[in-house]
Design a protein around this ligand. Structure first.
Ligand SMILES: NC(=O)c1ccc[n+]([C@@H]2O[C@H](COP(=O)([O-])OP(=O)(O)OC[C@H]3O[C@@H](n4cnc5c(N)ncnc54)[C@H](O)[C@@H]3O)[C@@H](O)[C@H]2O)c1
Length: 350
């Protein structure tokens, strides 16, 4: 199948690309490439590996971009709460309006599936354990609201030939050619490696489900291949029941792997109201082959081994390469992008 993967040049995109190509699909990448310098090891691990790359903004997608495409995996977005708060209207424009427009173009082009990277953060402050896909939404941020609204509008495009699928991913972790250190497990492991401390900026009591990027990629592959009835216009929490943790448990897991690291609480560490504990029963029922292959402990060991191999420094860890908000602020400050996050003409040094 020829699959358009948007956001392929981000953190999760390379894992999705590799998974789909290994399954025999052709991948057309589509990305504006905000994080062009974000490789952990620039040459050795560079494996974008697509059959064709479109360097474009999703807001400018056109019918020609969908020619010959049979399915879309849509990852491109302002991908976390801090970037989403930069300008909530812009977050809505990129994460919701451009998404719905792209889906409309895909449907018109005859695509049969549109796999949307949604998020468990739409449950916000969950009032109970084991939230299911039927649980009420409680989005606390512009980012989470953009995902709720996109799901609702995409659902309206479903018809007999076009199936939107909403993959509500848990918080991702694990090694990618372009890691992000603004995600909890990666962040805690990076702190431990570079500072000898697992630093918690909250009281660590919040619940958060986590999932390895390769398990997200597996869910994308299976959602593309499943019988229509199993996935048509359906939402799935993506993760594993066993991988719901309180943040302090994750910190302890990191301290157990990284030699000499100890857990400390940052100044004024208070409760984080973004707390949710999620059930992953539905994806196992509808996609019976889905089985997470990673655990927190294994993921921490993977990150630790990589940090040792590249000699990750405190400066790199804290820099803009691996933190989405810092890179976007840099692009704005250096006027490489305008206030709507569109590249200015001639912007070359990213
Ligand atoms: N990482 C997580 O923990 C997580 C959890 C749940 C859901 N998700 C969702 O999964 C998707 C991928 O997440 P990620 O961690 O790889 O994010 P990322 O920020 O690493 O990658 C996003 C990619 O999208 C591209 N992009 C952003 N805006 C664009 C635009 N206007 N036009 C074209 N390309 C654009 C960026 O250049 C980047 O390469 C996102 O939709 C995110 O919301 C991520």
């Amino acid at each position: 199948m020829r699959v358009l993967v948007t956001g392929n040049l981000g953190y999760i995109g390379p894992a999705v690309t590799a998974e789909l190509r290994a399954a025999g699909h052709q991948v057309v990448g589509f990305d504006t490439d905000y994080y062009a310098n974000g490789y952990l090891e620039p040459e050795a691990w560079r494996s974008d590996g697509v059959d064709q790359q479109l360097c474009k903004d999703v807001r400018d997608a056109g019918a020609a971009d969908l020619a010959g495409v049979e399915a879309v995996v849509h990852l491109a977005a302002l991908s976390n709460d801090p970037t989403g708060e930069l300008d909530p209207a812009l977050t809505a424009a990129i994460n919701c309006q451009a998404t719905v427009r792209l889906a409309g173009l895909a449907r018109a082009a005859g695509c049969r599936r549109f796999i949307f990277a949604s998020s468990c953060s739409i449950y916000g402050q969950g009032s109970r354990h084991a939230l299911t896909e039927q649980s009420p939404f409680n989005p606390l941020t512009a980012y989470a609201r953009s995902k709720v609204e996109a799901e609702a509008q995409l659902a309206g495009l479903a018809d007999t030939g076009f199936s939107p699928v909403f993959l509500r991913n848990a918080t991702a972790y694990g090694l990618s050619p372009k890691p992000r250190f603004d995600l909890v497990v990666n962040n805690l492991t990076g702190w431990a490696f570079t500072q000898g401390q697992v630093k918690l900026l909250s009281d660590g009591r919040a619940w958060r489900p986590i999932v390895h990027i390769e398990d997200i990629a597996q869910a994308c592959r299976l959602a593309l291949a499943a019988p229509r009835d199993a996935i048509h216009n359906q939402a799935f929490n993506v993760g594993s029941d066993a991988e719901n943790y309180q943040v302090r448990q994750m910190a302890e897991g990191v301290a157990a792997v990284v030699p000499g690291a100890r857990v400390v609480f940052g100044a004024g560490a208070a409760a984080d109201n973004r707390t949710y504990h999620v059930s992953f029963a539905k994806i196992r029922r509808h996609l019976p082959q889905f089985e997470t292959r990673w655990t927190l402990a294994r993921g921490i060991r993977q990150l630790y081994t990589a940090f040792c191999a590249v000699g990750l420094t405190a400066e790199e860890f804290a820099g803009r390469k691996f933190t989405r908000l810092k890179q976007l602020l840099y692009l704005l400050e250096t006027q490489q992008v305008d206030t709507t996050l569109r590249w200015r003409q001639g912007a070359a040094s990213r």
